[in-house]
Design a protein around this ligand. Structure first.
Ligand code: HAM
Length: 411
């Protein structure tokens, strides 16, 4: 028997319904904040991701050559693609641009629960606003979106300027290496690399910074940072808005394009793969041939949110089975059409079963049977049978629809 590729999943209807329910909650939040959906290709020129996404991502990419010899990659994330699209299609549009996406990404990682080779992100990108208000808006939106899913989470907010200030005497590539150690909390690796560069004196300050949860203390550890005013303003806005978060100056992020504010969200009930969201302020546009436009955004790991929610999401449609005798099939089709027009999921027998067998089958999969026989065809009424209680009523179609709808609302 052929199997699906490792690290991918199939989704049965129950699971898809739960996923769509949560997806739409996220879409609603994004819409209310003014973020409009965009869509980019599933694959891009490889170069787009090798320029500034960082070694980790590059190693995990699905890379292939097309028949024309072009080097392409399945997108491992969507931010770079959105900024490419902004430069190609919308660079003269009035700023800021508020865009969002819900799309799949591909990373060749070691699969486990919450870590897949194909996974979905709900992301937002705020393009062209270089202010504390912009940084704060994106964090507030992230909090709103996480709240809308109903999961219990911790939100951690940091800023790269502290780390960068301590590392400012190192070359860019060495800085990146240190930040990768810090991102993974790999203090031994950090110490060894610093020692090999005769910079062991930095180790204690960097570790103190990672463990620091207080803004004033972080300023003291790192020395004067040019972004101090902006950082203070961002924090003030978040506090005034009552956002629940903690400060964490050890966030370095796995991708290389971040420049300032960074933040991450963690699900409280997940183990190893508990990071459900990551984002921050970044600059990519100038690398792709545009002006140096400041941007800021985040992506929510949709599959991890679903793992965190577990069995909690049960959005089951109320299901009606329109059952009938063979002679009344045309009238039954008309009745099913009336129910469907009212938005009710209505199914009919396709197997040529008798009336009794149709009801028996419906009792396994439906909430109501709408019975159409000779009497109903002549009167224009329907017999509505509640398949949970066995209760049965003769009603006109509108009243039957009202009864089904009110049953759905009570669930
Ligand atoms: P990221 O942290 O690489 O950031 O990914 C965002 C989220 O995607 C993670 O927090 C995690 O929940 C989820 N995720 C990552 N890899 C996997 C995987 N293999 N399986 C399941 N879920 C996964 C970005 O991708 C940036 N583009 C975010 C961003 C947007 N920054 C600014 N704008």
């Amino acid at each position: 028997m052929l199997q699906k590729p490792r690290g991918t999943r199939d989704f049965l209807p129950d699971e898809m319904e739960a996923r769509r329910t949560i997806e739409w909650r996220m879409r609603e939040v994004a819409r209310c904040w003014g973020y409009r959906e965009v869509c980019t290709p599933e694959f891009e020129n490889l170069e787009l991701f090798t320029m500034r996404s960082g070694e980790g991502i590059v190693e995990e990419m699905y890379i292939f050559e097309d028949k024309g010899g072009r080097k392409l990659a399945l997108r491992p994330e969507i931010t770079a693609a959105v900024i490419r699209m902004f430069i190609n299609e919308a660079k003269v549009a009035p700023k800021p641009l508020r865009w969002c996406y819900f799309a799949d990404c591909f990373r060749y990682e070691r699969p486990q629960k919450g870590r897949y080779r194909q996974f979905w992100q709900f992301g937002v990108e705020l393009i062209g606003a270089d202010t504390a208000r912009a940084d704060a808006e994106v964090i507030m939106l992230a909090a709103d979106m996480l709240n809308a899913t109903g999961i219990a989470y911790d939100l951690k907010v940091g800023h790269l300027s502290f780390m960068k200030n301590l590392l400012k005497d190192l070359e860019y590539s060495a800085q990146r290496r240190m930040m990768a150690h810090l991102d993974k909390k790999d203090f031994d690796g950090l110490k060894n690399t610093l020692e090999s560069m005769n910079k062991a004196d930095l180790c204690n300050s960097l570790i103190a910074l990672v463990n620091c949860r207080d803004l004033a203390e972080a300023f003291e550890i790192s020395g004067p940072v040019p972004e101090k005013e902006r950082i203070n303003q961002t924090i003030e806005i978040l506090d005034a808005a009552g956002i629940e978060y903690s400060l964490n100056f050890g966030i370095a992020r796995g991708l290389d394009y971040y420049t300032g504010m960074v933040f991450e969200g963690f699900a409280q009930n997940l183990g190893a793969e508990n990071q459900i969201l990551g984002g921050g302020a970044y600059r990519l546009a100038h690398l792709f041939g545009g002006d140096d436009v400041a941007s800021c955004g985040f992506a929510l790991g949709f599959d991890r949110v679903m793992v965190s929610l577990g069995e909690k999401i049960h959005r089951k449609d109320t299901v009606v089975a329109v059952v009938c005798t063979n002679e009344c099939r045309n009238h039954a089709l008309e009745v099913a059409r009336i129910f469907r027009r009212a938005g009710i999921r209505s199914e009919m027998d396709l197997m040529g079963r008798g009336l009794g067998a149709q009801i028996a089958h419906a009792s396994k999969s439906a909430d109501f049977a709408v019975v159409i026989g000779q009497r109903e065809t002549e009167s224009g009424n329907v017999t509505l049978k509640n398949l949970h209680t066995g209760e049965q009523k003769t009603l006109d179609p509108e009243s039957a629809i009202a009864e089904v709808v009110s049953h759905g609302a009570r669930r």
